[in-house]
Design a protein. Structure first.
Length: 199
C-alpha cells in the first residue's frame, strides 16, 4: 500500500527540500505576506528561535545591511553572518538587557516570537505557560521595540488567553492588535499568532 502523507507532513518535507530547519518557516512566510513584516536593513529580535528556520528566513529578508538576533534555551547552529544567536531564558530580563547592550542595540524594528513551552502533557498547564511566555515577550517588546514596529507572538488559545488579549488591548502600548491562525499550523493546534504594532 502506498504511504500516505498528511498536509502537515508535506510542510516538513517542503522545509527539508528547501533547506529550512523547521516547518515553522511557512508560518512566518504567511504572516510576512499578510502583514509585510520584514524589510531590508531591519534590526530583528527573534525570541524562542531554535532550531532557526525563522532566523534563516529573516536573515534573507533583512539582507546584509540588516541584522537578526535569536535567543533560545536550546543551542542554535550558526545561520548567517547577519545573525547572532544567544542561549538563555528569555524571561531573564537582566540577560536580555546585557545581550542588547553587548549587541549595541537600543531599539529593534521587529520582535518575533514563535516561543512554545516544553509540553507537560497537561493542556491547561501548557496553555498557562504559553501565556506567561507571551507576557515575557511583551515586556521585552514594550521596552525595546521602536514606535510603529510590529510584534508577533505565538500563544496557545484557551484558559487565560482572552485575559491576555484584553490586557494587551488596554495596556496602551499597542494598536491594531490581531489574533490570527496560519495555514501551516497543525490541524488541531490551538496556537494563534498575536500581531500588533507599538504605539
Ligand atoms: C516552536 S520552537 C521555535 C521554532 C523557530 N521559530 C524556528 O523556526 O526554528 C519554540 C522554541 O521556544 C523555546 N523556548 C521555550 N521557552 C523558552 C524560554 N523561556 N526562553 C527561551 N526560549 C524558550 C524552545 O526551546 C523552542 O526552541
Amino acid at each position: 500500500m502506498p504511504k500516505r502523507y498528511t498536509p502537515n507532513d508535506n510542510w516538513s518535507r517542503k522545509a527539508a527540500a528547501e533547506g529550512y530547519r523547521a516547518r515553522s518557516v511557512y508560518k512566518l512566510m504567511e504572516l510576512d505576506e499578510r502583514f509585510t513584516l520584514l524589510h531590508p536593513g531591519m534590526m530583528v529580535l527573534d525570541l524562542g528561535a531554535a532550531p532557526g528556520s525563522w532566523l534563516q528566513y529573516a536573515s534573507k529578508a533583512v539582507g546584509r545591511q540588516g541584522k537578526v538576533i535569536g535567543v533560545d534555551l536550546q543551542a542554535i547552529d550558526e545561520v548567517a553572518p547577519n545573525v547572532s544567536v544567544h542561549r538563555f531564558d528569555i524571561t531573564n530580563d537582566a540577560k536580555i538587557e546585557t545581550m542588547l547592550e553587548e549587541e549595541e542595540v537600543g531599539y529593534v524594528d521587529l520582535v518575533l516570537s514563535d516561543i512554545a513551552p516544553s509540553t507537560s502533557g497537561v493542556k491547561d498547564v501548557d496553555q498557562w505557560r504559553s501565556v506567561e511566555l507571551a507576557h515575557a515577550v511583551l515586556a521585552v517588546a514594550t521596552r525595546h521595540l521602536k514606535k510603529d514596529g510590529f510584534c508577533v507572538i505565538k500563544v496557545f488559545r484557551g484558559g487565560d488567553f482572552d485575559e491576555l488579549l484584553r490586557d494587551i488591548k488596554t495596556a496602551g502600548h499597542w494598536r491594531d492588535v490581531r489574533a490570527t491562525k496560519v495555514q501551516a499550523s497543525r490541524d488541531r493546534s490551538r496556537e494563534v499568532y498575536l500581531v500588533m504594532k507599538k504605539r
